[in-house]
Write a protein that binds this ligand. Structure first.
Ligand code: ZN
Length: 376
């Protein structure tokens, strides 16, 4: 806020670098203590550019070389019309009112925010929308788009891609936060499936993304990934699909308790059979817990003590020589003597649980490894 002693500078400073690309073209006025030009003014400023005027400004700016810088422009809803952003358009740090529809070619709308629903038709070129916050439903029609990049964006409602074809190259949803299962419609006639270079790394799904219709949407994507022989991504979408299935089983019905529990265990332990990393992590964790338990049970545990290799060897023995303590003979020799106290059923129970858990995890690890690296 300019104080009374400072001279009031009537200059729009809306772009991140403090300048305005419309200086000298558009009128500047004050709104809540800040100065804006008519294109950068907030939506509630009554004197800001009307959509037709903004479109005319864009058309004029595009004329010389089909390039325009629309950084930080505020786009109000264009009733019954689309903003035509043909050419190479930089629309970073922009604000789009809910209900805006755009037709764009080489469009970069990174770091923008869409206050409500957005409809975007990509007509050739690439659309880059990194770190965009979509507060409403997003519908993107990939007419003849070359690439789409939604890395690190957030969609608070529906996220829909239509007419995705094989020829579309480079579709990135890395690090996207989604509140609903993504709906991706493929244009089968135009190509035989999904583009080969999809990327879904670090995708994060809120609990709501496993709601109604989610299972089918995940399966649609998984089936395409399967056709592409993209096993890594296929496994991840299989996991999403099964989670959606699990969450659709009603908790109120006793008949769904067992399927839900089994499904949840398989998810936690091995990500539905595709995550050998998870199975390996659990295996290490289980060994650590049992080393501690045997150490305490045998009275050898001490705070700040050194590594007890005999207890570690005893723990390992439960994996390589399963159910030793269940057999009728008393175990003799190292590592049993000195750790195993005998005379208590707890030793048998603990070692049996250890063996069962460890062997299950080894099996899950090997199966997941096999699944991930299988050729087909
Ligand atoms: Zn401005």
């Amino acid at each position: 806020m300019p104080s009374e002693t400072e001279p009031v500078e009537q200059r729009c400073t809306s772009r991140p670098n403090g300048s305005c690309q419309f200086a000298g073209i558009l009128k500047v006025r004050e709104h809540h203590g800040r100065f804006y030009c008519q294109a950068h003014a907030p939506l509630e400023a009554s004197w800001r550019c009307r959509p037709e005027v903004l479109q005319a400004l864009i058309d004029e700016g595009l004329k010389p070389d089909w390039k325009i810088d629309l950084t930080a422009v505020v786009f109000p809803i264009f009733e019954n019309n689309h903003y035509q952003l043909g050419g190479t358009v930089t629309a970073r740090h922009c604000t789009f009112e809910g209900g805006v529809s755009l037709i764009g070619a080489n469009l970069d709308m990174s770091d923008s925010q869409c206050l409500g629903s957005l409809w975007l038709n990509c007509n050739g070129g690439k659309v880059i929308a990194r770190r965009v916050h979509f507060f409403g439903d997003v519908t993107i029609r990939c007419g003849s788009v070359e690439g789409l990049d939604f890395s690190d964006s957030t969609a608070d409602r529906e996220f829909k891609l239509e007419h995705v074809v094989m020829a579309t190259s480079g579709l990135k949803l890395d690090g996207m936060k989604l509140a609903a299962a993504p709906s991706i419609e493929f244009n089968i006639e135009a190509g035989s499936g999904m583009p080969q270079n999809w990327s879904f790394r670090r995708l994060s799904l809120r609990t709501s993304a496993y709601g109604k219709d989610a299972e089918g949407r995940f399966r649609t994507i998984r089936n395409r990934l399967h056709q592409n022989r993209d096993r890594e991504h296929e496994g991840i979408f299989y996991q999403y699909e099964k989670r959606a299935k699990r969450m659709s089983l009603p908790l109120g019905q006793p008949s769904s308790w067992l399927p839900r529990s089994v499904s949840a265990c398989y998810d936690w332990l091995a990500g539905y059979g595709q995550s050998y990393e998870r199975a390996f992590g659990w295996f290490i964790g289980v060994q650590a817990v049992f080393v501690l338990l045997y150490s305490i049970m045998s009275g050898r545990f001490e705070w700040c003590g050194t590594f007890d290799s005999q207890v570690a060897a005893f723990t390992l023995a439960q994996v390589v020589k399963p159910f030793e303590l269940l057999s009728a003979r008393t175990p003799t020799g190292w590592p049993y003597v000195g750790v195993y106290m005998g005379g208590s059923g707890w030793w048998t129970i603990a070692t049996t649980v250890d063996t069962l858990l460890s062997l299950t995890l080894v099996a899950l690890f090997l199966l997941a490894l096999r699944w991930r690296f299988r050729r087909d």
